[in-house]
Design a protein around this ligand. Structure first.
Ligand SMILES: Nc1ncnc2c1ncn2[C@@H]1O[C@H](COP(=O)(O)OP(=O)(O)OP(=O)(O)O)[C@@H](O)[C@H]1O
Length: 306
């Protein structure tokens, strides 16, 4: 069964088309990253899943329930970390979790959850005195109450230090191992790359890619970057390399030639550089990071639209 199914979801705010005919399926048990530049429509989509916002057109089905007609059933089984959630300054961390337990009407091991997000020591302090990262941990703790079947997290790493970000990843993996589907938006590509089974990239409300990270690499011309060490390097050599068959781009980076290959193998490119341009002394191949892929997919869309 699909945990999330969006069909033709569109949302307009006046003149702004925030989400544009979005079709997306997230399978049960996946850790799914939802990426896009600022203003792409991520939060709006998440709000539609939780029925905080009504779509202008289309349907959203979450855990088998229509998100609009059966929002309560969805929220009962879903842990949510909303974008920019404000904690209640005068309530303690523990009170927040008791509140989450009551709202959801579930049994919950509050002590255990406090330990997991590492705010047990501060549980009886008022949340108004918490640091940004502690607040984020508290909101995550509220999402974990009731062992949800689905976690929907909008920018969960906001405010977390590197240790906090690592702990967040571990919690997501643990929840997933328990059978929970995890759907989260993020601008922190390392975080996404480290935990996600699949990602979707949206740009200006439209889906531009959905795949595993390896799949995105395979589909992208810049799946791999070649760094070539040559004895002399100047603009003329770069231009000659760029003009070779199968070369996507060539530039100088840190005293090396940086080359991307289009449809031919990197060895064919290396051979052509060596025989037709200049002697190759050494080379290395680096897989594109998710950040490279993100930039490529979102820039491509801008070029298409231009
Ligand atoms: N309540 C609203 N009223 C008017 N416009 C809105 C509203 N909510 C969102 N928008 C607009 O919809 C578009 C998508 O916004 P959204 O917050 O979904 O983007 P996002 O991908 O979450 O961005 P970010 O990464 O910056 O959080 C933006 O142009 C935004 O200004």
């Amino acid at each position: 069964m699909a945990a999330i199914e969006l069909e033709g979801v569109t949302k307009r705010f006046g003149d702004v088309l925030a989400v544009d005919s979005l079709d997306l399926t997230v399978d049960d048990g996946e850790i799914f990253g939802f990426l896009g530049p600022n203003g792409a429509g991520k939060s709006t989509t998440i709000d539609i899943l939780l029925d905080f916002v009504r779509p202008t057109a289309g349907t959203a089905t979450v855990l088998g329930h229509d998100a609009q007609t059966d929002g309560r059933a969805v929220r009962r089984r879903t842990g949510v970390l909303p974008d920019g959630y404000h904690v209640y300054d005068r309530l303690t961390g523990r009170h927040h979790l008791e509140f989450a337990r009551e709202i959801k009407g579930v049994e919950a091991d509050i002590e255990g959850v406090l330990e997991r997000v590492r705010i047990a020591d501060a549980a009886d302090r008022k949340a108004g005195g918490y640091s940004k990262g502690m607040r984020q941990r508290l909101v995550l703790a509220m999402a974990l109450i009731g062992d949800p079947d689905l976690l929907v997290l909008d920018e969960p790493s906001t405010g977390l230090d590197p240790n906090g970000a690592r702990e967040m990843r571990e919690i997501l993996r643990e929840e997933n191992a328990r059978g929970t589907t995890v759907f989260f938006s993020s601008h922190v590509m390392e975080q996404v790359e480290a935990v996600c089974d699949r990602v979707a990239i949206i740009d200006r409300g439209r889906l531009v890619a959905v795949d595993t990270i390896d799949g995105l690499r395979d589909a992208s011309e810049t799946g791999e970057t070649l760094y070539v060490y040559v004895s002399t390097l100047d603009d003329e050599i770069v231009a000659d390399v760029a003009a070779l068959d199968g070369v996507g781009s060539a530039s100088i980076e840190d005293g090396r030639l940086r080359v991307t290959a289009d449809d031919v193998s990197k060895f064919a490119v290396l051979h052509a550089i060596d025989t037709d341009v200049t002697a190759v002394q050494d080379f290395s191949v680096v897989e594109s990071s998710l950040e490279d892929l993100f930039v490529r997919y979102t820039n491509e869309r801008q070029e298409v639209d231009a």
